[in-house]
Design a protein. Structure first.
Lengths: 421, 180
C-alpha cells in the first residue's frame, strides 16, 4: 500500500512481512528506528512467530545471528558505522559459514573524528567480507531490496547486506509502496535450510580448513558470489511480476544511450546526480548516470556494457581509502580496463556533507570541459587544507590535526539536534 | 502527509547534530507534483517557518530567501518589535507574517508545542495544503485527544493567519488606491 512513511519504518514493515524468525540486535547507538520498530512488531504479536533477542553489543548481535541462522531460523539484524566494525569478526564468519542472514546497514561514517552522519565508509570496510552488498537509491528500493535479499540469501546460502544511506534515507519521510504480505508470501517461500544444527542429529559446522584446501574454499566462495550476478536480474524480473513495480537489478542506467560522460555512484546521491544531469542535458551536454545496486558481487560485465559508449566516466564516491583511492573506482577501472575511457574519481559527501545539485553541476561542467582531475574532493575547503598543510610542514610536530588546524572552520549555521541514535 | 493525501509528492527530513535540549534544530520539507529525487538540504526555501523567534538574531535564518518567499514566525510580536523592520521592508508584505503559535498551543493543548499551529498557519499563508488535509494528517499521526487538541490549534492558527492575510491584502489595495 502506498504510504507516506519514514524510511526506517518502511524497512521495518518490509522486514516483518518477510517473516524473520529471529531478530537479534544491539538496540543502542549506532542504530536506527528499524530495530525499534521491528521490536515493537514482535512485542505486539504482529510479527509471530519471531524471537527478538536483545544483546549487549554488535559483536553479540552477529554472533547470535550466526547461531540462529545455523539452527535453521530466518534471521535478521541491522547496524551502522562503528557497530558494523565492532561485529566485523563475526560478519566475516557469517559469510564463511554460508549463513543466509539479512542485515540492514544504515550507512554512516567511521571515526575518528567522531561523526554520526552519512557516508559509505562502513560499507566499504565490509566490501571484502564475503557478504552480498546491495545499495538502495530510494526508500522504495530499500524496502523492496529487503524482500529480494531474503530470497537471494536463502537461494545462495550467503548473507546479504542491504545498504541504505543513514539519515538521508532512514530518517526521510517519503512515499513508499509497502510490499503487501500476500505478495511477499508469494515471492518469498518459507526458509528450508539444507543443513542446520539439530541436537537430535549433531553435526559440526565451521571446522578448521588447512592450507591444503583454504584457497579452494575462498575460490568457491567467489564463484558463489558470482552466481548472484545471474540470480539478481532473474529475481528482479520475478519481483516485478509479483509486485507490479520494477526492482533494482544489478545496476540502473539513466540517459546513458548517447552519453559522452557517465556518472557512476551508489545510493541516494543518485537522485541529486540525475537532477544535475537533467539540468545539464537542457544545455545540450550529453550526460548519463549508472547506479550500481549490486556492489558485491560487482557486476563487471554489466558495468562495462553500460559504459561502452562513454568517453569519460565520473565516479562519485561517498567513501575514500586514505593512501589508496575509491573502492568503486578501482572496480570500475578493472571492469573497463580494455577501453580508452577516461576515469575521474570525485569523493563527495563524507561525514554527512550535503552533496548539492549546484556542486554536482559545477563539477560535471568542469568534467565536460576536460578540467576535472583524476581525483578530486567535492566542495573541499582549499583554504583550510592549505593552511593546515603549511602548519604541518613548517613545524612537523606530533598531535592530531582535527583539534587544531580545523579550528578556524566555521560550524554549520544551525548546529542542530535530533533524535539521532 | 497532508500533501501526500492530496495526491502530491512530499518529502520531510530533519538535520542532525549533537543531541542536547534547547539546541537549535532545522528540518526540511519538499512538496511537488513530480517524484522528488533529491535529498539535499533546502538552502533556498519557498517558505520558512520559525518556531523560536529568539533565533532570529542568533543564526542566519533568512539566508537563501527570495522576496517572494513565505515567512511565518512564531511570535505574538511584530517584525518591527523583533528588530526585523529592515528585513520586512524588502519583502513581499502579505507573505511575511507572525503568528502566536505557542500561545495558541497553550490555549488548545495546554503545552507550549507550536508545531501543529504553525502548520495551520502555513496552510493559510501558502495554500499549498488544505486545512482539511492537514487536520486529517495530524489526527492520523496523533490518534485520540492529543490529535484533536493539535487539530484545534492548527485550525485556530489557520483562521488567525487567513484573517491577517486578508487584512494585509485589503490594506495593500487601499494603499495602492491612495497612490493612484
Amino acid at each position: 500500500m502506498l504510504q507516506q512513511i519514514e524510511g526506517s519504518q518502511a524497512v521495518a514493515r518490509a522486514v516483518a512481512r518477510c517473516r524473520p524468525e529471529v531478530v537479534c540486535a544491539y538496540p543502542i547507538s549506532p542504530q536506527t528506528h528499524i530495530i525499534e520498530a521491528v521490536g515493537a512488531l514482535v512485542k505486539s504479536g504482529d510479527l509471530a512467530p519471531c524471537e527478538f533477542v536483545n544483546v549487549e553489543s554488535e559483536f553479540a548481535a552477529m554472533s547470535v545471528s550466526i547461531g540462529a541462522s545455523a539452527a535453521g531460523a530466518r534471521t535478521y539484524t541491522a547496524t551502522a558505522s562503528q557497530g558494523l566494525l565492532y561485529m566485523m569478526e563475526a560478519v566475516h564468519n557469517a559469510a564463511g559459514l554460508e549463513l543466509p542472514i539479512v542485515m540492514t546497514l544504515a550507512n554512516r561514517a567511521i571515526g575518528a573524528p567522531i561523526n554520526i552522519w552519512n557516508d559509505h565508509s562502513d560499507a566499504m570496510a565490509a566490501e571484502g567480507s564475503g557478504w552480498i552488498q546491495l545499495f538502495a537509491e530510494t526508500n522504495q528500493e530499500a524496502a523492496d531490496l529487503h524482500v529480494l535479499a531474503f530470497r537471494l540469501a536463502e537461494e545462495l546460502s550467503l548473507p546479504v547486506m542491504v545498504c541504505m544511506d543513514g539519515f538521508v534515507l532512514t530518517h526521510a519521510v517519503e512515499r513508499v509502496d509497502l510490499p503487501e504480505q500476500a505478495q511477499v508470501d508469494e515471492f518469498l517461500p518459507p526458509y528450508r535450510p539444507v543443513q542446520y544444527l539439530d541436537p537430535a542429529e549433531p553435526v559440526s559446522i565451521g571446522a578448521m580448513v588447512g592450507p591444503e584446501a583454504f584457497e579452494e574454499v575462498r575460490y568457491l566462495a567467489h564463484l558463489r558470489q558470482l552466481d548472484a550476478l545471474d540470480r539478481i536480474p532473474a529475481l528482479a524480473a520475478e519481483f516485478e511480476g509479483v509486485f507490479g513495480r520494477p526492482s533494482a537489478g544489478l545496476l540502473s542506467c539513466y540517459r546513458t544511450e548517447d552519453a559522452e560522460t557517465v556518472v557512476v555512484a551508489l545510493g541516494s546521491v543518485l537522485g541529486t546526480v540525475k537532477d544535475a544531469v537533467d539540468e545539464l542535458r537542457r544545455t545540450g551536454a550529453r550526460l548519463g548516470v549508472v547506479g550500481v545496486t549490486s556492489f558485491r558481487p560487482f557486476p563487471s560485465e554489466a558495468v562495462r556494457q553500460a559504459l561502452s559508449g562513454a568517453g569519460r566516466v565520473v565516479l562519485v564516491e561517498k567513501a575514500f581509502r586514505a593512501g589508496g583511492g575509491g573502492v568503486l573506482s578501482a572496480d570500475v577501472v578493472v571492469a573497463i580496463r580494455d577501453s580508452p575511457t577516461a576515469v575521474h574519481t570525485v569523493v563527495a559527501g563524507l561525514g554527512g556533507r550535503p552533496v548539492t545539485r549546484r556542486s554536482v553541476v559545477s563539477m560535471l561542467e568542469a568534467a565536460t570541459r576536460g578540467e576535472l582531475g583524476a581525483l578530486s574532493f567535492l566542495d573541499l575547503d582549499d583554504t583550510v587544507v592549505r593552511r593546515e598543510r603549511a602548519r604541518i610542514l613548517a613545524a612537523p610536530a606530533p598531535g592530531p590535526a582535527t583539534g587544531s588546524g580545523l579550528r578556524g572552520r566555521a560550524p554549520s549555521p544551525v548546529a542542530s539536534a535530533g533524535e539521532a541514535s | 502527509m497532508a500533501a501526500f493525501d492530496e495526491g502530491r509528492h512530499a518529502q520531510a527530513f530533519p538535520s542532525f547534530g549533537s543531541e542536547r535540549m534547547g539546541a537549535p534544530v532545522v528540518s526540511y520539507c519538499r512538496i511537488d507534483d513530480r517524484p522528488i529525487r533529491s535529498h539535499e538540504p533546502i538552502d533556498e526555501p519557498d517558505a520558512l517557518l520559525v518556531q523560536d523567534a529568539t533565533l532570529v538574531h542568533q543564526v542566519d535564518l533568512f539566508r537563501g530567501l527570495t522576496p517572494d518567499a513565505f515567512v511565518l514566525v512564531n511570535t505574538s510580536r511584530s517584525f518591527a518589535d523583533l528588530g526585523l523592520a529592515e528585513f520586512a521592508a524588502g519583502h513581499h508584505p502579505d507573505r511575511l507574517l507572525t503568528c502566536p503559535a505557542t500561545a495558541l498551543a497553550l490555549e488548545h493543548l495546554g503545552r507550549p508545542l507550536p508545531n501543529a499551529a504553525l502548520l495551520g498557519g502555513f496552510a493559510a499563508l501558502t495554500g499549498r495544503v488544505t486545512l482539511g488535509a492537514l487536520e486529517s494528517a495530524i489526527a492520523e499521526r496523533f490518534p485520540g485527544p492529543p490529535g484533536a487538541a493539535n487539530v484545534a490549534a492548527a485550525r485556530a492558527a489557520h483562521r488567525y493567519v487567513a484573517d491577517e492575510v486578508e487584512r494585509l491584502q485589503a490594506g495593500e489595495v487601499v494603499s495602492r488606491a491612495a497612490a493612484d
